[in-house]
Design a protein around this ligand. Structure first.
Ligand code: C5P
Ligand code: MG
Length: 193
């Protein structure tokens, strides 16, 4: 398997780029945000619980998301690899993911970290609010999601950095240009593997 994490603040383009990456590298897209929104839409107990946190821009507890990811991995062990989008969001989640993959004889090869200025993030998320109507894409919640990223999630980059797996990529500009930069980083990783 070849597994990667796509990382970055809300609005950095993780979902958009994941769609292009799965086509190019034949990976499975595992987006914890998408899974949680699916649970919310179906009004499952997990969805109803997650809704309260997502609407405030807070994080769903580690044990819940880790269990969710574990199940998805085990249902898809026949895949060539995964791209993890929106997960891990805490160092505890990153450690759990490493353990889960190690137990299945695989690993995260690289973490692609999309770097985008805060003004641009807010602009993109407000535009997405108009296009997709996501409840958590409103200014108050956006501000809190960025705060949670800066306070908690950004430390996950250091976690991967310590093991030489953190690749920062400029996430500003055209979607195709950003994708080219990401492919450059992934191909370099594949070549050295
Ligand atoms: O990844 P995405 O931006 O789609 O996530 C939307 C929301 O889902 C987050 O703001 C957070 O409330 C919740 N979430 C979470 N833990 C994750 C992924 C998403 O709490 N690992
Ligand atoms: Mg997303």
């Amino acid at each position: 398997m070849f597994n990667i994490v796509i990382f970055g603040p809300p609005g950095s383009g993780k979902g958009t780029q994941s769609k292009l990456i799965i086509e190019e590298y034949d990976l499975m897209h595992l987006s914890t945000g998408d899974i949680l929104r699916g649970e919310m839409a179906r009004k499952t107990p997990l969805g109803l619980e997650a809704k309260k946190l997502i609407e405030k821009g807070e994080l769903v507890p580690d044990d819940i998301v880790i269990e969710m990811v574990k199940n998805k991995i085990d249902e898809n062990l026949d895949q060539k690899g995964f791209i993890f989008d929106g997960f891990p969001r805490t160092c505890e989640q990153a450690e759990a993911l490493d353990r889960l993959l190690e137990e299945r004889n695989t690993t995260i090869s690289v973490m692609i970290s999309l770097e985008v200025e805060e003004d641009e993030l807010v602009k993109r998320l407000l535009k997405r609010a108009e296009e997709e109507g996501r409840q958590d894409d409103n200014l108050d919640v956006i501000k809190n999601r960025i705060k949670v990223y800066n306070d908690v999630t950004c430390k996950v980059a250091d976690y991967y950095g310590k093991t030489g797996r953190h690749r920062p990529v400029d996430g500003s500009g055209d979607i195709e240009k950003i994708f080219d930069r990401i492919c450059g980083a992934i191909n370099q990783e594949k070549a050295s593997a």
